[in-house]
Design a binder for this molecule. Sequence first.
Ligand SMILES: [Zn+2]
Length: 277
Amino acid sequence: MKFSIVHAGYFKLDGGAMFGIVPKKLWQRLNPPDENNLCTWSMQCLLIENGDRKILVDCGLGDKQSEKWRSFFEPHGDENLFDSLRNCSVNPEEITDVFLTHLHFDHCGGAVKIDEKGNYVPAFPNATYWSNEVHWNWAMEPNAREAASFLKENFVPLKEAGVLRFIDVQKELVEWLPDIQIQFAYGHTEALMALHLDVDGKKYVYCSDLLPSSFHIGMPYVMAYDIRPLVTLEEKGQLLTQSLEEDWTLIFEHDPAGAFGKVAKDERGRIVLSEKF
Ligand SMILES: [Zn+2]
């Protein structure tokens, strides 16, 4: 098995929303905001080649939203999902599986495109798309805090096209494919799926929004978007402790400067970023 980062471009989100209760005086040193208090974030997806499967994990925010909508999130940068896949020598037709960690627009917008007739269709015509039923039901009837993040046109067309499958939600890690395990997390949204990968004897965790960037390693750095911040604390604490003990490499979907990170303990005993690459 091997994997590559597939960069789907950058977008902007309010710094206050991304850093929760942390004062701007502190977070602005990590990710300096623009004049509207917006910080730049990456959408770093993953291409996993496992046996004869080519699995795309998340797919950025896509390009089918209105200009007005885009003006809020300011997608920018030279990178886009399809060019990045091409750089890995993979055509959209060759993708066998699209794994959606959760259904917020910045993770699944690229899953569905508008065809020549103006219909919403799966962007990867030969792929099976993966979510889970608990999260799906949550996204279909969203609470007011998450409603703006769950855009039905990003995922309902997958169900209508008959290409959607659900993974069984369990408490423990689920063995999905050889060397790929799924972890369910509940702090950011209901039943988000992070991925644990074993490659050449090394463990990598694609954290999704359980740990969106290296700036979120510090315990108080929890997104205001999270529906259960105390659960995020617990889940993040556990992930970081295990990463430290077992020398895991973390993959940050939204980090604007580097996808991979490792952690260490500082002189005060806190788990901190030790390297980013
Ligand atoms: Zn996100």
